[in-house]
Design a protein around this ligand. Structure first.
Ligand code: C5P
Length: 233
């Protein structure tokens, strides 16, 4: 078993598959702040499973196999590429701080950023030539990652818009599966996305936990309820 910030990973009888258990745990500051949050694992597993099913159905190659219980899912085992791929549709978080822009300033085209995954280094920003120099990914892999991340953005923007939610920004991770194919992995949930109510701009994601502005689960449950209603239509 190995444990991440909000998930535990277990090997299975099939060497190419991994069982992911979602924990009732929220972290901030790269894991330096950690708290128990009732029901978070169940809600995030359901949101993530719904989104990965939706992406699969729309032609994105992902690690997702199936949801197996309230807080568990089966995924393909992958060798992860140590990159966090951030896509932004509007200014918030580190972008807003870095460039001192108005909150939710709309971008004409999505912004893409890469961060090198390293707890020790606090996930530093990394550009294309640094990625090549450090052999983090090949130019071909990077082109696929850029293209897939933008496709995921278009699909998720539409899905969330139908649910009355604005997709502000999010983070993706990619890896190589047992067949050598580059596919989307990790998690997509309000832990890794900024989501605001399209009408009120109320925050429905982990910013509520990061900034201590209320009960983080209120927003997560709203996201799940609205996504379930949208895909059921
Ligand atoms: O903090 P920043 O504005 O750079 O984050 C951009 C997006 O990436 C946010 O949606 C945030 O939740 C996500 N992110 C993440 N994991 C990290 C860093 C950022 O999921 N380690």
């Amino acid at each position: 078993m190995s444990e991440g910030k909000a998930k535990q990973l277990f090997t299975t009888e099939n060497p190419n598959e991994i069982l992911v258990h979602y924990l009732n745990q929220a972290t901030a500051l790269n894991g330096k702040r950690k708290e128990h949050v009732d029901d978070k694992g169940i809600v995030n597993n359901q949101i993530d499973s719904l989104i990965f099913n939706y992406l699969d159905a729309h032609g994105i190659a992902t690690h997702f196999i199936k949801q197996v219980s309230d807080s568990d899912q089966l995924v393909k085992k992958m060798t992860m590429i140590p990159l966090e791929v951030v896509v932004r549709n509007a200014a918030s978080g580190s972008f807003q701080r870095k460039f001192d822009t108005p909150y939710l300033l709309e971008f004409e085209e999505p912004v893409q950023e890469f961060y090198y995954k390293s707890d020790r280094l606090d996930d530093p920003f990394i550009n294309d030539s640094q990625i090549h120099a450090l052999k983090v990914a090949t130019a071909e892999q990077l082109a696929v990652i850029r293209d897939q991340a933008l496709k995921v953005n278009s699909l998720m923007k539409k899905l969330f818009a139908e649910a009355g939610i604005k997709l502000v920004d999010f983070k993706l991770e990619f890896g190589i599966d047992a067949d050598g194919k580059l596919i989307l992995g990790d998690e997509i949930s309000p832990d890794s996305c900024r989501l605001v109510d399209a009408k009120t701009q109320q925050s429905l994601d982990k910013d509520v936990f990061r900034k201590h502005t209320g009960n983080v689960m209120d927003g997560y449950r709203t996201v799940l309820d609205r996504l379930q209603a949208t895909v059921a239509e």
